[in-house]
Structure formats: C-alpha cells, structure tokens
Design a protein. Structure first.
Length: 272
C-alpha cells in the first residue's frame, strides 16, 4: 500500500476539518461539559443530600435498585461518598463512549459529505491511489483523532474527578480497572464503529449537516447502556466492559470488511 499517500490524505482531512467550526465546536464543548464541569457539579449535588430528608431518601432508593455487585464495590464508603463514586465512576462510564463516537462521526461526516459540499470530491477521486488506499486514508485520520481526543479527555477527567472528590473521600479513587479497560479496549472499538457507519452515510449524503444528523443515530446503543445502568438492570463492571468491547470489535471487523469490499470510486464519480 502507498503509505505516503494514505498519510497525506489523512493529514489533509484533519487539517480541513479543524478549520470547520461545525466540527471543532462539538469536539471542544462536549468534553468541557462532561469531563471538567460535570465532576464538580456532581460533588456539589452529593454534598447537598445531607440537607434534606427527601434527598437522602432519593439516594437510598437509587442505590437500592443497583445490582449487588455494584453495592459491594460501594460498601466501603459513606452515603455521600457512595453517591460521588457511583455518579463519577460508574454512571458516567457509558456516557464517556459518546465522545469517541461523536468525534469519529463528526470527522467522518466531513469526509466524503464535506468533500461534496466543498466541490473537491472529484479531484480527490482522481488521486493516484487504489480504492483500498483511499478508503483506509479516510478512516485513519478520523479514527486517530477520535482515540487521541478520548485519551486526552480521560486524563483531564481523572484529574477533575480526584480533585473534586478529594475533600469528601480523602484519597485517589479514580481510575479503576474498569475504566482502564473502557478507555484502552472499548474506546478504539467504539470510534471505529462510529467511523464505519458514518462513512456509509456520508458517501450517500448531500452535505455535512445531512450526514451528521443521519449518522447521529449510532449513539442510540450507548444511550441504551446508560439507561440500563441508571435503572439498575446492569452496571459497568470490568467483565461487562470487556464483553462489550469484544462484541463491538467483532461488529467493527464485519462492517469494515463489507465497507472495504463495497467501496468503489467509480460509483462515487457517477453520483458526483
């Protein structure tokens, strides 16, 4: 494969995407809210539960619905500490997966669909690369950026969580092994899933906004995981995270194989 050409196309895609406010703003704002503001808000809310009996009762009801495994992991903490650990370590775990999905989806939507809007798709399709090299280049830049943003956000979140919870808990409590597996095993798989789906969508879409709005449906499985955990049906243990990652990687391989075989620049030229 022409590695030099692949890297050149990937770098060009990232450079163009970073000049698009519609791409940059979600990548900046979402991590800022979830991983900088949210930890301090949740610690403040948890500290307020001591003020009213109704708040304490609500916390008791929420924790009572949780699986026994999670209750065992929280058993060494006081009630206000349990709320902090539950919200920042467990409740936000599935929400974290929205970040690599969002970044890969935004960048992939700007891939072919953005090229159509900028009237540069035809020139791209005539570059001296094979179909597989062009397809790989379109995936590589967005996937690398999504994983990098997720890793950076994880580091920021770890600092914010421990800083916000230090006064109540008194020691470092984040990350645990579940989060390590989530970040280094599941996050790359989720980024790949969002990327492949969005490439399918963006090839057929008329523009960036059309592709991004249609491909946004890919976050529904993550929302289902969030609802399942909050309702007490399941919780993000190390075993669950490893299993979720395994399933997503398998799905990635199937979709990637199908996408690479069905990708033909001749068809794109006809549509263009």
């Amino acid at each position: 494969m022409n590695t030099r050409a692949i890297l050149a196309i990937a770098r060009k895609d990232l450079k163009v995407a970073m000049q698009n406010k519609g791409v940059v703003l979600p990548i900046v704002i979402v991590p800022l809210i979830l991983f900088v503001v949210f930890p301090w808000v949740m610690v403040y809310v948890s500290s307020m539960t001591d003020l009213t009996g109704s708040s304490m009762s609500n916390v008791d009801e929420l924790l009572a619905r949780m699986p026994s495994g999670l209750l065992n992991e929280l058993s060494g903490y006081t009630q206000d500490q349990q709320m902090i650990v539950f919200s920042l370590v467990y409740m936000l775990a599935p929400m974290f997966l929205i970040l690599p999905l969002m970044v890969s989806s935004v960048l992939a939507a700007d891939s072919f669909a953005g090229e159509k809007e900028r009237k540069t798709l035809e020139a791209l399709l005539y570059t001296p690369t094979t179909d597989r090299e062009l397809f790989t280049a379109k995936l590589l830049g967005a996937w690398t950026a999504a994983v990098a943003v997720a890793l950076f956000s994880f580091v920021i979140y770890a600092v914010m969580v421990n800083a916000a919870g230090w006064q109540s808990i008194g020691h470092l409590f984040f990350p645990n092994w579940m989060w390590i597996a989530l970040v280094f095993w599941v996050t790359p798989a989720v980024a790949g899933l969002g990327l492949v789906v969005m490439v399918f969508v963006s090839v057929r879409a008329q523009g960036f906004q059309d592709a991004y709005q249609t491909g946004g449906l890919v976050v529904l499985p993550v929302i289902a995981l969030m609802i399942g955990q909050i309702s007490g049906v399941m919780y993000f243990s190390l075993g669950v995270v490893l299993l979720v990652g395994f399933v997503i990687w398998l799905l990635d391989l199937v979709l990637l194989r199908f996408a690479s075989k069905s990708f033909r620049r001749g068809e794109l030229m006809a549509k263009f």
